[in-house]
Design a protein around this ligand. Structure first.
Ligand SMILES: Nc1nc2c(c(=O)[nH]1)N[C@H]1C(S)=C(S)[C@@H](COP(=O)(O)OP(=O)(O)OC[C@H]3O[C@@H](n4cnc5c(=O)[nH]c(N)nc54)[C@H](O)[C@@H]3O)O[C@H]1N2
Ligand SMILES: Nc1nc2c(c(=O)[nH]1)N[C@H]1C(S)=C(S)[C@@H](COP(=O)(O)OP(=O)(O)OC[C@H]3O[C@@H](n4cnc5c(=O)[nH]c(N)nc54)[C@H](O)[C@@H]3O)O[C@H]1N2
Ligand code: SF4
Ligand SMILES: [Mo]
Length: 744
């Protein structure tokens, strides 16, 4: 008989609570966990199919080393020895800029990041590449300027909002807020609330909305500028809020006054009356805004984020109940990267700086291919599948061949792993102690530390353990006295005291704290990740402790230990804090505590976004008359995480969606094979004719092109994207890829 165990879903940033029935060490049934405060029993079709992620033929069991065109099984000792030796040789001969780490735990397992980034820093490198920097760079960079830190992440206060304006987000499929479909349907059904969706397609979210503005693809910046102009022109702005909570608005106001809003709306192919009504409602209701990849991965990405903040701020909707608010967290997703600080590295070929500590995956191929003496020569990839996930698969294939060392840390034999010199198996999210730092709840702050629910097969390690072993072998971990090991074995209380003493005598201790913890307490606890959790809780900021006290935790020296115990006793996750909704503005980290409305670096681009120039820029190239949305996130993909294609059996998971009028003009029929061509390449794919598509706009889902059992499943959309089709922060414009479609 099986046993129900509590865990969480590792397939998207919501990390819903799950209960899984485990029988003979296999997950055989799944249900939503009602005791998880965040998801309250909700789960989607991906979570329901989690067994296909956990149990599939591609799972890795042993460390592997490339031998000829195949792999040979090796021991962990040999793997760590050889990789450490090669890393050392590369870094000694070419300097620390020759080494990069890519990844950080993906959607469900972030504890490895602390260890991997410590190893990176220990070798002297700052080159951390991650998926965050191919979607959010512009947004986080803007937040650094407007809110004071790049780690700010504003979210709509969905529970209290009266009007949710959605731009380029398809929450009905992609979630991105807890229990998104339930919440969106609640708003849509409530006669006193409004859901307004701006999307070129009749997306699943647009379908249920009170109002859908079917915008011309790529014109959202123009629309946002129009909305701000309309609000100011009509005097609908919140002057009291502007005076109390913003600075430098007078320096940007004129950008919206001397501006032909009527002409601009025509370019967006929308109705001026409707846009005016939406602007009025947004300015006068308890409104909030949610925008996502439709904007982030599009033209004028950063300026759109900037405009979104201006729109919210002039309506007084930031840091206010029912508006856009700042959630709390145990750990922010990354640090603030100040590109003007001479200590901050810029990549040598592209010149790009990091945002939130991470570099854009779009630039990695050229950072490897450049002839610069400091070019990249060694890369560790973990929790990332660049060969399918990032723009320009061909460029990656070429570049990776040129590396001296490519190591992939994985649960499965991915397309990237298959190209690597070494493949290191880790325990999956269901075989290890782990958790995520995706914090998108308000006012409650939740955290879940998952515990293993199945036994690993073979010899995979907890991911953090791999970096600890490499660091140890490379001499990065400071010497640890026997007394600290003994204290760890005696329990956390004696360990805490011994650790303090050790840190006073060993200067390298604090810097390398994840390794010190992992080697001592981690060993005693049987999990380096668990020891890191304990360590994180010892060193929390005042705001965290205040939030914790509001959630009922003791406001004294026992706090860290109490939260640690509660988390370990409650694998379903708990509320570790509660924000004070009346003090959300105090979270701001600008010098004057106000929202900074003036970003000089973006003003020229913003000022140039007007009807005439946009019309010109959008005029299609006759060779590529259609716009491809390269990477729809649908219920049939979970990034590249689902390796077993069984879970979409009997469905049409990877098609090219096209409007009936376009299909008719091209004499194409539903179900037939077509060829799609972009500047990057050409692919054959099944056509799906649907009135959810917009005329002139076609879409292919993200995440396919899976090679499983030597067979390819669906089209890898990144064979159709060029990594040079990106903005100044390195963000790809996957939502605006010019293309043509032909019958085969
Ligand atoms: N089912 C499922 N859910 C997922 C994922 C998954 O793979 N599958 N992945 C997760 C991840 S990592 C992420 S980042 C999120 C992404 O979540 P979303 O951002 O919601 O995903 P997209 O499918 O890109 O949807 C954005 C919407 O933008 C619209 N759009 C396209 N072009 C434009 C435009 O020019 N203007 C406007 N206004 N809209 C436009 C699209 O039609 C689409 O409806 O999803 C997460 N959730
Ligand atoms: N053209 C196009 N490309 C896109 C998108 C698009 O819309 N269009 N969407 C983009 C978006 S928003 C994102 S976020 C990226 C995501 O792309 P990636 O960053 O590559 O992330 P995933 O596909 O989620 O997962 C990558 C790998 O993590 C491994 N993995 C699973 N569990 C663990 C674990 O516990 N630890 C570790 N270390 N590894 C694990 C999986 O086996 C998988 O191979 O894709 C992007 N790619
Ligand atoms: S995929 Fe996301 S929304 Fe679906 S069950 Fe998993 S965490 Fe929840
Ligand atoms: Mo993403």
């Amino acid at each position: 008989m099986g046993e129900w165990k509590k865990t969480g879903c590792v397939l998207c940033a919501q990390n819903c609570g799950l209960e899984v029935m485990v029988e003979n060490n296999r997950i055989v049934k799944v249900r939503g966990d009602r005791s998880n405060g965040k998801s309250q029993g909700y789960l989607c079709r991906k979570g329901m199919n989690i067994a296909n992620f956990q149990h599939n033929a591609d799972r890795l069991k042993y460390p592997l080393k490339r031998v000829g065109s195949g792999f040979a099984r090796i021991s962990w000792e040999q793997a760590i020895d050889e990789i450490a030796e090669k890393l050392k040789t590369v870094v000694d001969s070419h300097g620390p800029r020759s080494f990069a780490f890519m990844g950080g735990g993906g959607q469900g397992s972030h504890f490895e990041a602390a260890f991997a980034l410590r190893l990176l820093r220990g070798l002297g490198s700052q080159y951390h590449y991650s998926a965050l920097a191919q979607e959010f760079s512009g947004y986080f960079w803007v937040n650094g300027r407007t809110f004071g830190r790049q780690s700010f992440h504003d979210v709509p206060d969905v529970a209290e909002t009266e009007l949710l304006l959605v731009i380029g987000w398809n929450g009905m499929q992609s979630h991105q807020i807890p229990q998104a479909p339930k919440e969106l349907q609640r708003l849509a059904r409530d006669p006193d609330k409004l859901l307004i969706v701006v999307d070129p397609r009749k997306s699943e979210t647009a379908k249920i909305a009170d109002l859908h503005l079917p915008i011309r693809p790529g014109t959202d910046a123009l629309l946002l500028r129009v909305m701000i102009a309309i609000i100011l022109r009509n005097g609908w702005e919140n002057r009291e809020y502007l005076a109390a909570h913003t600075s430098a608005f007078d320096r940007v106001r004129s950008l919206f006054l001397d501006f032909d809003a009527e002409a601009a709306v025509k370019v967006c192919e929308l109705d001026f009356g409707r846009v005016t009504e939406v602007s009025r409602l947004f300015a006068t209701r308890k409104s909030s805004l949610r925008y996502d990849l439709g904007i982030f991965m599009n033209r004028h990405s950063a300026v759109s984020s900037y405009l979104a903040t201006i729109l919210l701020a002039i309506c007084g909707r930031i840091g206010t109940r029912g508006g856009n608010v700042f959630p709390g967290h145990l750990m922010p997703l990354g640090g603030h990267s100040d590109e003007s600080n001479p200590k901050t590295w810029h990549a040598v070929a592209s010149g790009l700086a990091p945002v939130l500590g991470t570099f854009s995956p779009n630039i990695m191929p050229e950072e490897i291919m450049t002839d610069h003496p400091d070019r990249l020569r060694a890369v560790i990839v973990s929790g990332s599948n660049p060969l399918r996930s990032y723009a320009d698969t061909q460029a990656y294939e070429e570049a990776f061949k040129r590396l001296d060392l490519l190591v992939t840390v994985e649960v499965a034999m991915t397309e990237t792993a298959a190209m690597s010199d070494y493949v290191l198996p880790i325990r999956s999210g269901y075989e290890s102690h782990d958790g995520t730092f995706f914090a998108v709840t308000y006012p409650e702050v939740y955290f879940q530390m998952r515990q293993p629910v199945v036994e690993p097969e073979g010899e995979p390690l907890e991911s953090g353990e791999i970096y600890l072993r490499l660091a140890d072998r490379l001499g990065i971990v400071p010497p640890i006295p026997e007394s600290l090991h003994q204290a760890a074995a005696a329990g956390t209380a004696p360990f805490g005291k011994a650790l303090m003493q050790y840190a006073m005598t060993e200067p390298a201790a604090l810097k390398n704290i994840p390794f010190v913890l992992g080697k001592t307490l981690g060993k005693a606890m049987g999990s380096v990740h668990k020891s890191l959790l304990w360590g994180l809780l010892q060193n929390t900021p005042k705001s965290f402790r205040e939030n914790a006290a509001r959630a009922g935790f003791p406001a004294d020296f026992t706090l860290a230990e109490t939260i640690f115990r509660t988390l370990t006793d409650h694998p379903e996750g708990i509320a570790i804090g509660r924000l004070d909704p009346d003090r959300n503005m105090e979270e701001l980290r600008t010098e004057d505590g106000r929202i900074n409305m003036h970003i000089p670096e973006l003003i020229d681009e913003l000022a140039a976004i007007d009807a005439a120039r946009e019309e010109l820029a959008l005029a299609p190239d006759p060779a590529f008359p259609l716009v491809l949305m390269a990477g729809r996130h649908t219920s049939m993909n979970a990034n590249t995480l689902m390796r077993n294609p069984e879970w979409n059996k009997g469905m049409r998971p990877c098609t090219l969606a096209m409007h009936p009028a376009d299909a008719e003009a091209l004499h194409l029929l539903d179900g037939q094979r077509v060829r799609i061509t972009t500047e990057a390449g050409s692919e054959e794919i099944e056509l799906e004719i649907t009135d959810t598509a917009r005329q002139g706009h076609v879409a292919i889902p993200h995440g396919f092109g899976l090679v499983y059992d030597r067979k390819a499943h669906g089209v890898n959309v990144n064979r159709l994207t060029r990594n040079t089709h990106r903005d100044r922060f390195g963000t790809p414009m996957h939502r605006y890829v010019p293309c043509r479609v032909e019958a085969l």
